[in-house]
Design a protein around this ligand. Structure first.
Ligand SMILES: Nc1ncnc2c1ncn2[C@@H]1O[C@H](COP(=O)(O)OP(=O)(O)OP(=O)(O)O)[C@@H](O)[C@H]1O
Length: 356
């Protein structure tokens, strides 16, 4: 039942603004793809082309072997015929129907018989733990409960693909956390193919089999969450994902110069002559100058000054300032104070480079 999706060189323009620039991706059946990226990068536009709300200007959209959208062939299948489930940010439940009525509606449209309808409504409500609310009106539900019903409604029709646009963004932080994991479990249990739009990295990392990181109408990187985190392929990916230091460098022989100023031994071999060094915050150790610096065992050490400290419970996050305006974020076990001189250590394993 669940299907694969394929976008080939999809483009979309609104007036003179090109919003999607040749988007190509393949989503195998049963996978969850998260479209992640900053506001305005084109996530919702791409999702709307998949739902059928918009038609692409160029390129092709396929679901299994069926062409849903291809302007060059005059094909644009209607939203209704696509058989996709949709969940949006604003729940959009019908207020005049009960919870069960909302979930049942799509099944009636599909012509499912009344006995099976009842069974599938109860099964869908069970999946989102909302059975005891079956007879309630949507207006009497909390935001989290309403969104659960919206998910049940979308799943009850056994959609070929489930499309979700920022479904958690209207909920408070605790509920977001809770529903995020529940959606993840539900997608895996039902084996549903899903496309999920968010600008929230933790949602993307929890739910995605693969993340399409979008920027300015393009897919910047399409990868598993782990690969995106460990091996960002562009400067944008490196700075958008995780709390990273992204520092311009030039290489000369066995030395590199950071920001044209801070010289250090070549941290890793075979790097391009110039680019950006990416060092995750958790791989940078910041210590008071003095005792700590004597035990650094040949690691790269730079010197700076503590500018800011945030206490994280088990450690401190330090923002260190270096000559020439370079700032480096890292962790410390020491309660450093602003103004304290610090040694900054980059252990070799946490370093990665991206081209300019
Ligand atoms: N119907 C429209 N008419 C004109 N411009 C539009 C239309 N829909 C979207 N845009 C523009 O296209 C660009 C991408 O919008 P889109 O909603 O796809 O971004 P997004 O990544 O989903 O952003 P957000 O996270 O803020 O929702 C934006 O600059 C937006 O203003």
């Amino acid at each position: 039942m669940t299907a694969s999706l394929q976008c080939t060189a999809i483009t979309k323009q609104f007036q003179s603004q090109v919003v999607l620039k040749e988007i190509s991706l393949e989503l195998p059946a049963g996978e969850c793809l998260v479209l992640l990226g900053p506001s305005g990068c084109g996530k919702t536009t791409l999702l709307n082309i998949i739902t059928g709300m918009h038609q692409a200007d160029g390129g092709q959209l396929r679901c299994d072997d069926e062409i849903l959208d291809d302007r060059s062939q005059g094909i644009h299948q209607s939203m209704q015929r696509r058989g996709f489930g949709m969940v949006f940010q604003d729940f959009s439940l019908w207020p005049h129907m009960t919870v069960a009525g909302n979930v049942e509606f799509g099944l009636k449209i599909q012509g499912v018989g009344s006995r099976e309808r009842r069974a599938r409504v109860m099964q869908a409500l069970e999946q989102v733990q909302m059975t005891e609310f079956a007879d309630r009106r949507p207006t009497t539900l909390s935001g989290g409960q309403a969104q659960r019903v919206a998910i049940a409604r979308a799943l009850a029709v056994r959609p070929r693909v489930l499309l979700m646009d920022e479904p958690l963004s209207a909920l408070d932080a605790r509920l977001r956390e809770e529903l995020k994991s529940e959606i993840g479990t539900l997608l895996k249990e039902t084996g549903t193919t899903a496309v999920y739009v968010t600008h929230d990295q933790s949602e993307a990392f929890t739910l995605a089999d693969r993340v399409a990181l979008m920027y300015q109408g393009r897919i910047e990187q399409l990868d598993t969450p782990e690969a995106l985190y460990a091996r960002p392929s562009t400067r944008f990916a490196a700075s958008f994902i995780g709390a990273s230091n992204v520092i311009p460098y030039r290489q000369e022989g066995d030395r590199v110069t950071l920001r044209d100023r801070h010289d250090m031994p070549l941290p890793t071999h075979a790097i391009p002559p110039k680019g950006h060094l990416v060092v995750r915050r958790e791989h940078v150790v910041i210590e008071p100058v003095g005792e700590g610096t004597r035990h650094l065992n040949g690691h790269v050490v730079l010197e700076g000054v503590c500018r800011r400290r945030s206490f994280l419970g088990d450690r401190h996050e330090i923002l260190a300032g270096l000559d020439g305006g370079l700032e480096i974020r890292g962790f410390s076990q020491h309660p450093l104070r602003p103004g304290d001189p610090v040694a900054i250590r980059f252990p070799g394993h946490g370093l990665h480079v991206v081209a300019d």
